[in-house]
Design a protein around this ligand. Sequence first.
Ligand code: 13P
Length: 259
Amino acid sequence: MRSKIVAANWKMNLTFGEAESLVDDILDRLDEQDELNCEVIICPPFPYLELLTDFEFDEQRFNVGAQNCSAFDMGAYTGEVSAKMLKSIDVDYCIVGHSERRKYFGESDETLAEKVNRLIENNMSPIFCVGEVLEEREAGRHFEVVKEQLEKGLFHLDGDAIYDTIIAYEPVWAIGTGKTATPEQAQEMHAYIRSLVKERYDQAAADDIRILYGGSCNAQNATELFSQPDVDGGLIGGASLKANDFVSICLQASQIGAE
Ligand code: 13P
């Protein structure tokens, strides 16, 4: 059975001191639990990655991911951070293709495919985000849009590399809006994504790949969403900035994982 994953995307929030107390609070609450039947990944802004990897090694309660990486390998690219650099400080995961990067930073499917390549070359796991905007859903184009994002940004990978990848379905209209996809809408899209993985790769890859839901997922709706058969956990924005809420989401995933 696929284990559940709860991933925190802190986005561009928190000062260093705030990040430190948040992770302390999360660990205090996690320490009250004997066992957690889910994986936890925390994706802070770049300057806090090492703080988190240090905690990771001391406590071993979570993994650390970046929110972005360069499409280039190394060299004269001012302001960029390469996958190789991330790997060298023990970061094992990286979000790619978040809708905020597609929208505000003009990241194309071709650029995203290159980022995925750099991560795989460095033995890291991409958390590859897909999702439609409201107009696309209202026009009934959501399946088509998500299929195209996967085909252009991810499905160039060969059979082995797809096993190192996590997919996150984040309908753009649900991000930061308090408007969550219904469990039925999430399940429908996740099952569709899994069918695309089967079509492009095989049944084993489809059975293995984790597909996370993101978009106003919180402590009130996590159980409903994560109970869907093809929803393997969540990518959490706003609610990951509050220790109580985030740990509650992790415990809900753990509970379902234990069933
Ligand atoms: P919210 O949980 O704040 O809607 O953000 C979701 C998201 O974008 C996670 O990557």
